[in-house]
Ligand binder design. Sequence first.
Ligand code: GLA
Length: 411
Amino acid sequence: MPRKGGQPIALRSPQEYNDRATVLAGANMTPSLEFLKLYGAGPALSARAPGRVNLIGDHTDYNGGYVLPAAIDREAVVEFRPADDSRVEIAALDLTERAVFDLRELKAATLPAWAKYPLGVATILLEEGHILRGMRATLRSTVPIGAGLSSSAAVEAAFALAFCRSCGLTVPPEQLARICQRAENEVVGMRCGIMDQFVSFLGKRGKALFLDCQTLEHSLVPLDDSRARILVFDTRVKRELTGSPYNRRREECEEALAIMRRHAPELSSYHNLTVNLFKSLAHHLPETLRKRARHVVTENGRVLFGAKALRAGNLIAFGALMDASHDSLRDDFEASCPELDLLVETARQSAGVFGCRMTGAGFGGCAVALVALEHADNCARAATAAFKARFGKEPAVYSFSAADGASLEER
Ligand code: GLA
């Protein structure tokens, strides 16, 4: 519930919250000029794709469950010029690094970490029978890296569009999302679900995206930014998801499902696991697996109710579900950390906060709060002060608006 009290104060604009990160991300550069300098001609096209913040429904996507993310107004931008050879040359402008690979001989081993995403996308497109051509490209991004805001999905989606456009391929966005997910699973080695890539392609301005990750049925849900602001606190606790407990959690969910299926063979995935069926099967599971499965089944319910609450404009009900989601991720899924818990606790005690939870994979990364417009600044200040007092450093604070999914532009 939004708490009463606290004086309304002059509100910082989203731009002010975001300025610092924009400067850090090097957005003052003139990328087309950089392109010209590198390749001797300007770019022909550019592809952009956003990061995302997940409002509710974490660790459900790879279990065939439900999610409710929104694409954010931070994006990866690939400027490119299709080439008549099979070489892909990419300059990552923010990192001042370059990577080159040949489409006839795709090898990830010697490439910098970021280049494995475009390489992965090219690998899967080729595997699926598409014929690709090389390109000269620059990459820059304003999505904070390693923060749980899907900077990697943004890069994958932008390159997927760039490769397709270079060869005149029209692949539906749902299929491109699958291709990008396969790239991450099979080439990068992160066994992520479909959420990040899906919303990076299909997000819409002013809307959250409700997605059934089993059937890929999806619908848009209004996000009324005249009443509430999406604040995101980045703990800056970095985690490499390929080496994090993420893959282990996924295995635990699979183990739990396998045990439950021995007793309920009709159960094909968490998609058709009701709370009642789970209760009747829970005693077959060892403690840890029981907790993991309980998170998934209850979180699925929260997403379904959450989508309804948002459609009805009931931010109080939605916020309560966000709070319950965090508690479940912390206690049952054990995907939180002290930094996230402190941010969540402080934000929840702040006036005007509907709800707050960790977002994304967890184990570090970000917390998201839904805050009444006039209280956003106070909430940001309170959480920042408490975090600094406890951990001796400030979290990054962002205010995001729901943005459109990936798109192409002629240059
Ligand atoms: C990461 C993955 C997603 C999803 C979330 C947790 O962001 O990339 O597929 O599993 O974690 O909800």
